[in-house]
Design a protein around this ligand. Structure first.
Ligand code: PLP
Length: 389
């Protein structure tokens, strides 16, 4: 009889079957058995395709990045543990002490902390500018920039970056353009096709869309990619198989979710504009948005799922949020259901009130991430909230 001590330690192979599973498998293996030291050597050198150690690569990351590459029209794609890890990889692969970095003054809060504070500690010179205004973008970029970082659609004013124009300015200055495409997704915008060198997504948001996976994505083509994979592996920014598995599942419905949310957002933006309780509605699909024309042309008639609007004050915001059920207050975005956020106390809390107001973020500013429910259902919930303000 076999000894339990000899049976239990071995992990069995997946059963070989005549049929194929209709869903992907999850490969949690941290290490793969190799045929010989020679094969391991070739695999680790990248001379043979295959897996050795999970931090260097795994099937669930490849399943996810193969689709991401196609969605972004990219030669290369990398899955990272979080969106911030994708940004860290971009920063560390493109910059060194003495490099010039130019960032948008409307970046996601922790992105600006990473690039303006942490990168500065490493000796990178960082300039912040309004990159949604091409004059101020040119003034910041043309003196020299190794890397320029902008978001396709900024939070919460939903300014839209002119990616073609920024690519030209950046390339003339000898640098690379990195676009954070989280608010747009590749369904709305493919920055690489407009001239950007690198594009990142916080997959934790719209791309996965189910609020259950932390994951980042970095895509690129050409020379900007040279150090990317090496940086991700040696600094340890790589992804978990389970989150890649969930995100691959999220991608199944990405185009449908975007289509529905975009459609709903248009209807809700119009509805909010018609309400006497709302002081101002910010949505690139509305003709009064400063980037309406650019958005219309760059996103081919889609305008995204994010809407911001101003209520008179913080008290009105509190009453709105307490009464707009079933819409929940979640300081994130891109979930399947509609969620509401309050920038002044969440994403923009680290700024002084004055700095927020200079950007145009008031205590009464509310941001809604429109979901895939019926437009009528969302409208009714918003009306319940507004009635209480
Ligand atoms: C959330 C977010 C990030 C960071 O992504 P994580 O997955 O949370 O690390 C970066 N940029 C934008 C625009 C985001 O919304």
């Amino acid at each position: 009889m076999s000894r339990a001590d000899d049976i239990c330690p071995r992990i069995d192979d997946t059963p070989k079957t005549a049929t194929q599973p209709a869903a992907a498998a999850i490969y949690p293996a941290t290490v793969w058995a190799c045929d010989s030291p020679e094969q391991a050597d070739q695999l680790l050198a990248g001379e043979q395709a295959g897996y050795v150690y999970q931090r260097n690569g795994h099937p669930n990351a490849d399943l996810f990045t193969d689709k991401a590459k196609q969605l972004h029209g990219a030669d290369h794609a990398l899955a990272t543990s979080t969106g911030m890890a994708a940004l860290s990889v971009a920063m560390l692969s493109q910059l060194k002490a003495g490099s010039q970095l130019v960032i948008s003054d409307q970046l996601y809060g922790q992105s600006s902390q990473l690039l303006a504070v942490e990168a500065e500690r490493l000796g990178v010179h960082c300039r912040t500018a309004n990159l949604y205004d091409l004059k101020s973008a040119e003034a910041a970029i043309s003196p020299g920039a190794d890397l320029v970082v902008v978001e396709t659609i900024a939070n919460p004013l939903l300014r839209v970056a002119d990616i073609r124009a920024l690519s030209k300015l950046t390339h003339t200055a000898g640098g690379k353009l990195l676009v954070d495409n989280t608010f747009a997704t590749p369904i709305l915008c493919q920055p690489l096709s407009l001239g950007a060198d690198l594009v990142m997504e916080s997959v934790s948001k719209l791309m996965n869309g189910h609020s259950d996976a932390m994951l980042g994505l970095l895509c690129g083509s050409g020379e900007a990619w040279n150090r990317v994979e090496r940086v991700a592996v040696v600094w340890g920014f790589t992804s978990s198989p389970f989150d890649c598995y969930l995100a691959s599942r999220g991608l199944v419905t990405l185009p449908l979710r975007c289509e529905r949310a975009n459609h709903n957002a248009r209807a809700i933006a119009q509805h909010l504009s018609d309400s006497a309780k709302v002081a101002k509605v910010i949505y690139p699909g509305l003709a009064n948005h400063p980037d309406h024309e650019l958005a219309n042309q760059q996103f081919k008639g889609q305008f995204g799922a994010m809407i911001s609007f101003n209520l008179p004050d913080r008290e009105a915001v509190d009453r709105f949020i307490a009464n707009c059920q079933p819409i929940r207050f979640c300081p994130s975005l891109g979930e399947a259901p509609t969620t509401v956020s309050h920038p002044a106390t969440t994403s923009h809390r680290s700024l002084s009130k004055k700095a927020r107001e200079q950007l145009g973020v008031c205590d009464g500013t509310v941001r809604v991430s429109i979901g895939i429910e019926s437009a009528d259902g969302i409208r009714e919930a918003i009306d319940r909230g507004l009635a209480a303000t």
